[in-house]
Design a protein around this ligand. Structure first.
Ligand code: DAK
Length: 256
């Protein structure tokens, strides 16, 4: 049985479901490789314009698979090449929406934070409990959490393993919105469809500039923004969108 299931629920939208419910969707090495393969393929798939990533009602993902790490030393961890699995998600140019129900812990929280938008069900729980296992986040958690919610709240979570409820995560700026548990995937798919209906080159450039701009000085980030903004004036979709506005009709985007 596949550890990650790909569905195409609506036009231009891909839905990836983590499928290890018996292990709270713990991120086994096999699951992470499957995720990498899906993200690499969807990155190249011109028919895919937005990706929703979800788990099940009990868990988005309860972290890296502890049973697959208990006897593992640093050399073997490095040799597993997990970095390439995370890089495929990090470098995916398509917008990614995490639809989180239940536990998003450890690597599961890091996976959610790798998304561009996080829709959380009311019962969702976010945390980085690695310290309790004598380890620490290794897939961006110390950095993405700190950037998302600030040093002092991040330290509280990282040093104690304390988790946040969905409402607390929203107040802290860790998630984009909170909805009823029953509506999480539906809401994420609706958002994905809205984004998929936008001009794809503009969407890709916005994502690229927001992410690249977070890691460089403000002046450099603003220069990146300006260059990308000029570039969009050369697209067919810009011409179509502005012409459609003036002609009072709906635009039809070609992705060029
Ligand atoms: N790994 C393996 N199995 C897990 C698991 C996990 N993270 N989480 C749950 N399971 C399994 C349980 O062992 C149990 O299996 P059986 O006993 O039925 O065989 C089954 O899922 C159901 O779990 P529970 O009975 O515990 O279910 P509950 O609903 O009562 O509790 C829970 C759910 C999520 C609160 C609890 O299972 C739990 O606390 N899980 C562990 C959460 C955790 O500590 N997560 C952090 C893992 S460490 C790195 C990159 C990344 C990482 C590290 C390094 N590098 C690149 C170096 C990341 C590390 C982590 O994420």
């Amino acid at each position: 049985m596949a550890a990650v299931v790909l569905e195409r629920p609506t036009v231009h939208v891909a839905l990836l479901r983590l499928n290890r419910p018996e292990a709270r969707n713990a991120l086994s090495p096999e699951l992470r490789e499957e995720l990498r393969e899906h993200f690499l393929a969807l990155a190249q798939d011109r028919d895919c314009r937005a990706i929703v990533l979800t788990g099940d009602r009990r868990a988005f993902a309860a972290g890296a698979d502890i049973k697959a790490m208990v006897a593992t030393g640093p050399a073997e961890m490095m040799a597993r090449g997990d970095e390439a699995n995370w890089a495929a998600i990090r470098d995916c140019p398509k917008p990614i929406i995490a639809a989180v129900n239940g536990y998003a812990l450890g690597g599961g929280c890091e996976l959610a934070m790798s998304a561009d938008i996080i829709v959380a069900g009311q019962g969702a729980t976010f945390g980085q409990p690695e310290v309790r296992l004598g380890i620490m986040p290794g897939a961006g958690g110390t950095q993405r959490l700190t950037r998302a919610i600030g040093k002092h709240r991040a330290m509280l979570m990282l040093l104690t393993g304390a988790s946040l409820s969905a409402t607390e995560a929203l107040a802290a700026g860790l998630v984009s919105k909170v909805v009823d548990d029953e509506s999480t995937v539906e809401e994420a798919l609706a958002l994905a469809s809205r984004i998929a209906a936008m001009p794809p080159i503009a969407v890709a450039e916005i994502k690229r500039v927001v992410l690249a701009g977070m890691d460089v000085p403000l002046d450099t980030a603003i220069m990146l923004e300006r260059r990308a903004a000029y570039l969009l004036f050369g697209t067919e979709d810009k011409r179509e969108a502005m012409t459609a506005f003036i002609e009072k009709r709906s635009p039809v985007f070609s992705g060029t």
